[in-house]
Write a protein that binds this ligand. Structure first.
Ligand code: A2P
Length: 358
């Protein structure tokens, strides 16, 4: 029998994604009987607000999941590696936001608008994986196009927000931006060489989170580099698209960190088996759950992080034919990486879980 409400733990509750998980649970009126906020020992003594009340943050330990029915994890891969199986064995169903379990065959990897039926496989280990943020927004938009015209190949370049790295990274970007903006007093009536002179001392800058400065820079480097010279973030897009959308679709990716706050942007090129006009693509996307078409470039209307940030929808626009091949389209996709790319997708999975399974 379906329960009225559930005991829910948020692991990494003090972090960027954890904070947002609490907010999404509250905003979507998820039936929470008791909320358990978990973080590192450093956060003991802190409280966090949920539904108007302050709740203590507790240190994550092996006994944290006693009686907990759903665990939303976002405290890093090594924490999930250790604690998700412990929670699962206690009967708590884990929705894990890290990459740790995503490609394990007996762990479902789910975007609710794309492959909700995969959730049924949670019983193998009581773990469901939340995909990579860049993959989620891409497969969500490509799903109706694939169903209609069968995508053969995807070429994607990402422009990913700093919030995806966490609060330390956001602070680092702000500190660096302030330092540069305050130091450079250049105005347009001065020469470009004077601007260069001012910028010179910031070519290398104190950076702790990223290997280089992120302020006013684009870093073609997300996660570690692998033997094939792709970054792990790029290969996550390849591997995860195959698992969620279709293993027959070929994917190649370049992932780039840019100095925006919230919202990943993606330039996506697809080659399809059947011809798909931009107009037909717009029609298919218009009614698709969680997708908003914003495609009137002559009136300066296209997806922007300033529009998609803080919103539940994934925005798509700049839909146009790839004139270099017979059956190709280009799209620009933007979504809030902390919401649909992480917290919202996890809560949507939990909603299906309680609706259909527990
Ligand atoms: P804490 O705030 O106690 O360090 P972000 O990605 O925004 O940096 O957040 C990371 C989240 O993961 C935080 O909630 C952080 O808690 C949590 N976390 C980090 N290390 C641990 C740990 N060893 N045990 C439990 N939670 C951890």
């Amino acid at each position: 029998m379906k329960k009225d409400a559930y005991r829910v733990a948020v692991v990494g509750a003090t972090g960027a994604v954890g904070n947002m998980m609490l907010s999404v649970l509250e905003k979507r009126s998820f039936p929470v009987k008791e909320i358990v906020m978990l973080a590192s020992g450093r956060s003991t003594g802190r409280t966090l607000k949920f539904k108007g009340e302050e709740h203590p943050v507790r240190e994550l330990t092996e006994s944290s999941f006693d009686g907990v029915e759903i665990g939303l994890f976002s405290a890093g891969g090594s924490i999930s590696a250790k604690f998700a199986p412990i929670a699962g064995q206690e009967g708590c169903v884990v929705v894990d936001n890290t990459a740790h379990f995503r490609m394990e065959p007996d762990v479902p990897l789910v975007v609710p608008e794309v492959n909700p039926e995969a959730i049924a496989g949670y019983t193998a280990r009581n773990i469901i994986a939340n995909p990579n943020c860049s993959t989620i927004q891409m497969v969500q938009v490509l799903k109706p196009l694939h169903d209609e015209a069968k995508i053969k190949r995807i070429v994607v370049s990402t422009y990913q927000a700093v919030s995806g790295t966490g609060k330390d990274a956001l602070e680092e970007m702000l500190v660096q931006s302030r330092e540069i903006s305050n130091a450079i007093k250049w105005t347009k009536d001065q020469g470009i060489d004077e601007l260069w002179a001012g910028l010179g001392k910031f070519r290398t800058m104190n950076a702790n989170v990223y290997p280089h400065r992120i302020a006013f820079e684009c870093l073609p480097h997300i996660d570690v580099f692998l033997d094939n010279d792709y970054s792990k973030e790029e290969m996550k897009m390849v591997w995860e698209t195959a698992k969620i959308l279709d293993p027959a679709v070929k994917v190649t990716a370049t992932t780039v960190r840019v100095p925006s706050f919230f919202g990943h942007s993606e330039s996506v090129n697809i080659e399809t088996e059947k011809k798909l006009s931009p107009q037909r693509a717009r029609e298919l996307l218009d009614g698709f759950p969680g997708v908003k078409v914003l495609d009137d470039p002559r009136n300066n209307l296209y997806p922007l992080t300033a529009l998609a940030g803080g919103e539940y929808e994934t925005y798509v626009g700049r839909i146009r034919e790839d004139e270099s091949i017979a059956n190709g389209l280009n799209l620009w996709i933007v979504s809030d990486n902390i919401l649909k790319g992480a917290a919202l997708n996890a809560v949507q999975i939990a909603e299906i879980l309680i609706d259909r399974y527990i």
